[in-house]
Design a protein around this ligand. Structure first.
Ligand code: PLP
Length: 365
C-alpha cells in the first residue's frame, strides 16, 4: 500500500492510527459482532461512543459547562442559514446581525443570512482581494447587533484570525471555524457560537459540529423547523433524528488521537513548525512562488500560493503528483496552488513538499 501526502482542502487527510483502528473495528466493534455503521444510534454501544466523543471534545477545548455540543448534519453551509434562523429571526425586535467579510466563506455566510433577516456588512477586505484582516479602525459594528459573524480561518484565501481575536463589540461572536477548529488552543468563552464541518480538520464529511452558549438557544421563531432549532436539537442530544453515526465515531477517535499527542498546545506547536517551513520556502524563492497574504494574517492550515510563471502550473502539478504530493491545485476561484496542512498532515509531509518546491524552483527558475 502506498499512501500519498494528501494536501486536499477537504475532505482531507485523517490520522493514520485512526484509520487503522477504524479498519480493525470495521466488522466488529468491541466484541458487539457488528460495526459502528450497522448499529442503532439509540443502543448502548453507540450512546457510549457519542458520549465519549462529547466528553473528549469538551476536555480538548475546555468547553465551559454552559455550552451545548451538537453533532449535526448539513455542513457549515447549513449553519449559514441556521444561525440567522435561530439568532436573528426569533428576536423580531428589528436588530441586525453584523458580518465581517474576509474571504469566500464569510461572504457566503453573509449572502445566505441576507435572505433571512437584517444583516450588515461590518467590515470587508474584498477591495484588497482578501489578502489581510480588517484593521481595528475599519470595523463598523453596530452597538446593538444580535451577533457578529466571522470566519476565523478562510480556507480559500488563507487568512486566519489570531486565536485571541478581540472585536470591539459586546454582541456574541459567531465563528465559522470549519478549517482550523482543534488546530490550536483558544478560549471558547469568547464566542457565543462556534461551528464547522468536520471534513477539514476533524473527521469524515457528513458531521457538523456546533458549540452554542445556552442563552443563545431557544431564540428561534416558532415556525423554525425542529431539525434547525438549536434548543430542540440540544434537548434531544443531537438525536432528534438519526445522527451521522459513523462520522461521529471517527471524529471521536480523532479527539482521542489528539489527547494522546498531548492536546491542542502540542498539535499547535507541530502546526506552527509545518506552516513556518512552508512559508519560508515560498518567501526564499525570490518571487518564483508568491503567497499574497499579509504575513501577520497568514493561515497555519491553508497555504495558497502562485507561481510567478503560471505557464508552469501544469508541470508543477504533474511533477508533484509523480513525487507523491497530492491535492495541490488551488481553488477554482483563486487559481494557482494551495497546500492544506491540517492536523493529520505530519511534518514529514510538509518537508517532502518543501523539498519538491525548492527543487522545482531551482530547475525551472
Ligand atoms: C469548507 C468550508 C465551508 C463549507 O463547508 P460544507 O461542510 O461543505 O458546507 C464553510 N466554511 C469554511 C470556512 C469552510 O472551509
Amino acid at each position: 500500500m502506498a499512501r500519498v501526502w494528501n494536501f486536499s482542502a477537504g475532505p482531507a487527510v485523517l490520522p493514520e492510527p485512526v484509520l487503522e483502528q477504524v479498519r480493525d473495528e470495521l466488522l466488529d466493534w468491541h466484541g458487539t459482532g457488528m460495526g459502528v455503521m450497522e448499529m442503532s444510534h439509540r443502543g448502548k454501544a453507540f450512546t457510549g461512543i457519542i458520549e465519549a466523543a462529547e466528553a473528549d471534545l469538551r476536555a480538548l477545548l475546555g468547553v465551559p459547562a454552559n455550552y451545548r455540543v451538537l453533532f449535526l448534519q448539513g455542513g457549515a453551509t447549513q449553519q449559514f442559514s441556521q444561525i440567522p434562523l435561530n439568532l436573528l429571526d426569533g428576536a423580531s425586535d428589528g436588530r441586525a446581525a453584523d458580518y465581517v467579510v474576509t474571504g469566500t466563506w464569510s461572504k457566503k455566510a453573509l449572502t445566505e443570512a441576507q435572505r433571512l433577516g437584517r444583516v450588515r456588512c461590518a467590515a470587508s477586505t474584498e477591495a484588497d482581494a482578501f489578502s489581510r484582516l480588517p484593521e481595528a479602525a475599519e470595523y463598523d459594528l453596530s452597538a446593538d447587533a444580535a451577533y457578529v459573524h466571522l470566519c476565523t480561518n478562510e480556507t480559500i484565501h488563507g487568512v486566519e484570525f489570531p486565536a485571541d481575536v478581540v472585536l470591539p463589540t459586546a454582541a456574541p461572536l459567531v465563528a465559522d471555524m470549519s478549517s482550523h477548529l482543534l488546530s490550536r488552543p483558544f478560549d471558547v468563552s469568547r464566542f457565543g457560537l462556534i461551528y464547522g464541518g468536520a471534513q477539514k480538520n476533524i473527521g469524515p464529511a457528513g458531521l457538523t459540529l456546533v458549540l452554542v452558549r445556552d442563552d443563545l438557544t431557544g431564540r428561534a421563531a416558532p415556525q423554525v423547523p425542529g431539525l434547525q432549532n438549536y434548543a430542540v436539537e440540544a434537548a434531544n442530544g443531537s438525536m432528534l433524528n438519526t445522527p451521522p453515526t459513523f462520522a461521529i465515531y471517527v471524529a471521536g477517535l480523532v479527539f482521542r488521537w489528539l489527547q494522546e499527542l498531548g492536546g491542542l498546545s502540542a498539535i499547535a506547536r507541530i502546526n506552527a513548525d509545518k506552516a513556518s517551513a512552508l512559508y519560508a520556502c515560498i518567501d526564499r524563492s525570490a518571487g518564483f512562488y508568491r503567497n499574497p497574504v499579509q504575513p501577520a494574517c497568514r493561515s497555519q492550515m491553508n497555504v495558497p500560493f502562485r507561481l510567478a510563471d503560471e505557464n508552469l502550473n501544469a508541470s508543477f502539478l504533474a511533477e508533484s503528483e509523480a513525487a507523491g504530493l497530492f491535492g495541490l491545485k488551488g481553488h477554482k476561484s483563486f487559481g494557482g496552488m494551495r497546500a492544506s496542512i491540517y492536523n493529520a498532515m505530519p511534518l514529514a509531509g510538509v518537508s517532502a513538499l518543501v523539498e519538491f518546491m525548492d527543487d522545482f524552483a531551482r530547475r525551472r527558475g
